[in-house]
Design a protein around this ligand. Structure first.
Ligand code: PRX
Length: 705
């Protein structure tokens, strides 16, 4: 009876609420302002930037970024749209990416650290690679690739490596020769790597024998054998496997070498000591690398990034948004195996002659103070990480940052929407209330930032990424293609109206999918050669506030459609986090015969807190009061931990499948697959695993591929 009455009430509420009201339930937060000290030293403070990068100056505005590079030959056409939507930037121009990131810095910065590396093992010394040393190592590796492997411009090489300095050395050696690298995240399995080898048709795989993860030395060479086998099973042969050694004086693997196929890089290098390989002058439009988006289901997509446009864009945004100076010690705690690491550990910072920090291991190993110890030890003053890491560091060591003497001038987040709760901890505790925060929204496909505050010029607003960055012109459409202007108070699909130099060129080997996935939805005329007719569909839900700030609600497939109303899961999760006991929250849709989908909530508690019905009830209440009864969850489940990918993203797809008693599919790439069964038994009881596939949106829920 009581339940029936509540349902009736909830339905009434639904009818009273308009979609516009729902979209603005996440209350607007107050602004936070950068300090005068930060503003005084920032790269970008000139108000004329808005005019310079205004639509009337598009596309020539991007000269400003391209002019930060050293060109062998200046370009003739800034943007060529003749083969829409395959845009071409800086056509006629020639340059070499490795030259721009290494050689040109030798004049002034040969003796300055390009890379500072921290092993996960705190007893190992810090490694500092000066620009001169990087130059030598990159040249020797380029000689191995050219002379030993016989590689040439346009060939593909797959790189499956952990976070060690040899990884950027390998990438830059490829770039020096115009070889297209495809770096596969080190934490991916051999099978996942094999699929990507096959797709890119790489004949060379570069890997490492082992590395540390959570205190264990992992045998990584074993993954190479699986990768080669997998590629072979798909009809593609790998000719050589090059293996870097984790330690100078001992092997980190017990997997034997395959005669005639496997080679230890350190041995090969001996033959090429001191060899200098001239950088190959590449057309701006030549592909620089492929980056596969994680393919937990379906075929992974190889996003193809360009040479000139990409480097110009990441250099410009590193300077203006990351505020990198040559004197900074900059730490982006991403993995180079993801786009963030390519753009904002390697290419952008090195093109600016910065010092870029790399850390091999798990941020909370051996304890929750590790990150702050590294920051203190190396003198890091710019810190860049993800909301997931922020939540994790907060959960495990809320007071740890206070114990260390680092001094951040600015901090960045990327990868997911950040809840104001977590943002405020980052700001007050990690940043001591003085570091400027940029919340940067973008994607693997984009090369660099799309939305973010300009750190010295715009106020910060917790939970909102910010306005578009210079030269980016977004539009938010509803499903029918109607524009929802800033202040419309409704959620829609965010698109970018214009091309920009960092945008990927195509999906490797699948141009049709490229057009279909990113352009068809809102294309105005398939024959048009005018960029205005080709908005780029980002696949994210967003609201655009009156002040011009964008709030990303998550993937379009992350949005729960309750009785025809769109509820961003992040809005619900943010509400859950206002309950002080909650450390992490994940909201998934469950199928409801009447209302379409209703949310179900999973929460993990802070250490030392005992689960209770009372906490679950307060979570429900928090959602009802922040969002409304329409968002009332079917259940709140307190779980020991969330299932997560190796990169730390919560696998909502798995939780959604458990909630819906569906087959949860492949979980082998998770960092903690064992927790899945625990949660399943908690939710479904100990009976047999269900094999029903269930509806598409649930099966793929939260997938960002
Ligand atoms: O949903 C958006 C979310 O991450 C997606 C892109 O994921 P990926 O290609 O793996 O690249 C991550 C790093 C660039 C986006 O479609 N996302 C990324 N950054 C943010 C974000 N969501 C909200 N706020 C962000 N700052």
């Amino acid at each position: 009876m009581a339940e029936a009455r509540e349902n009736a009430e909830a339905k009434e509420d639904e009818m009273r609420l308009t979609e516009a009201e729902i979209a603005v339930h996440w209350k607007e937060e107050e602004y936070y302002h950068p300090t005068p000290k930060f503003i005084g030293q920032a790269n970008l403070t000139d108000p004329a930037v808005s005019e310079r990068f205004s639509e009337k100056n598009f596309p020539e505005c991007f000269r400003e970024y391209a002019d930060m590079l050293t060109w062998d030959k200046y370009w003739t056409t800034t943007l060529d749209t003749s083969n829409a939507p395959f845009w071409k930037w800086f056509v006629g121009g020639k340059l070499n990416v490795c030259y721009n990131c290494v050689d040109r810095n030798l004049g002034k910065y040969a003796n300055k650290a390009a890379i500072l590396w921290a092993s996960e093992d705190e007893n190992e010394p810090i490694v500092a690679l000066t620009y001169q040393e990087l130059y030598v190592q990159v040249n020797e590796m380029a000689a191995v690739l050219r002379d030993f492997c016989g590689l040439k411009t346009g060939d593909r090489v797959t790189v499956h490596m952990p976070m060690v300095p040899q990884l950027p050395v390998t990438m830059l050696a490829c770039a020096r020769l115009g070889i297209i690298h495809s770096v596969v995240f080190g934490g991916f399995s051999g099978e996942a790597c094999g699929t990507r080898i096959e797709d890119s048709k790489s004949h060379i795989l570069i890997t490492m024998d082992g590395y540390y993860r959570s205190g264990k030395l992992l045998d990584h060479k074993a993954a190479a054998d699986i990768a080669v086998k997998k590629a072979e099973s798909e009809g593609h042969k790998v000719e050589k496997v090059l293996i870097w050694r984790r330690f100078r004086d001992k092997s980190a693997t017990s997997t034997p070498l395959v005669e005639g196929r496997d080679y230890i890089v350190d041995d090969l290098l001996k033959k090429y000591r001191g060899v200098i390989v001239p950088p190959v002058s590449m057309p701006a439009e030549a592909p620089l690398f492929l980056m596969y988006t994680s393919g937990s289901t379906g075929k992974p997509k190889g996003c193809q990034h360009s040479t000139g446009g990409y480097l110009a864009y990441v250099t410009g945004t590193s300077k203006y948004i990351q505020d990198i100076h040559t004197t900074d010690i900059y730490w982006c705690m991403a993995d180079i195996g993801w786009i963030t690491g390519h753009s904002y550990i390697v290419y952008g910072p090195l093109a600016l002659a910065a010092t870029s920090v790399m850390y091999e291991g798990v941020p909370t190993f051996p304890d929750a103070g590790r990150v702050w110890r590294i920051a203190e030890r190396l003198g890091v003053n710019i810190f860049h990480t993800s909301p997931t890491s922020i939540r994790m560091l907060r959960k495990l060591g809320p007071d740890e940052p206070k114990k260390y003497h680092y001094d951040f001038k600015s901090m960045t987040t990327v990868g997911e929407p950040i809840e104001p709760e977590a943002w405020l901890w980052y700001y007050h505790v990690v940043g001591r209330g003085k570091a400027a925060i940029t919340d940067t929204w973008w994607q693997t496909e984009n090369g660099g930032f799309l939305c973010s505050t300009k750190p010295a010029m715009d106020a910060m607003k917790p939970g909102s990424t910010g306005p578009p960055v210079p030269g980016i012109f977004p539009v938010v459409y509803d499903e029918n293609g109607k524009e929802l202007p800033p202040g419309a108070g409704k959620a829609g699909n965010i698109c970018i109206r214009n091309p920009w130099p960092g945008l990927f060129q195509t999906i490797w080997g699948d141009p049709d999918r490229f057009v279909k996935q990113y352009y068809v939805k809102y294309n105005k005329d398939p024959k048009s050669k005018d960029w205005r007719d080709w908005p780029y569909f980002a696949g994210d839900g967003a609201t655009w506030a009156k002040d011009g700030y964008v709030r990303i609600l998550g993937r379009v497939d992350d949005v729960i459609n309750v009785a025809g109303h769109r509820l961003g899961t992040k809005e619900l999760e943010s509400a859950c986090l206002t309950v002080p006991e909650i450390a992490e929250a994940a909201v998934v849709p469950i199928v409801d015969p009447e209302r379409g989908r209703v949310p179900e909530v999973y929460v993990a508690l802070k250490p030392g807190i005992k689960a209770s019905d009372e906490i679950a009830q307060r979570v429900t209440l928090a959602i009802e009061t922040t969002i409304g009864k329409i968002a009332r969850p079917r259940a709140v489940r307190i779980v020991p931990d969330m299932p997560k990918t190796r990169s730390g993203k919560i696998m909502r797809r798995v939780l959604a499948s458990i909630s819906n008693r569906m087959d949860y599919g492949d979980i082998t790439t998770l960092s903690n697959p064992e927790v899945v069964e625990q949660i399943r038994v908690q939710v479904q009881g100990a009976g047999p695993v269900k094999t029903e596939k269930g509806p598409e949106d649930i099966r793929r829920f939260g997938e960002t591929t």
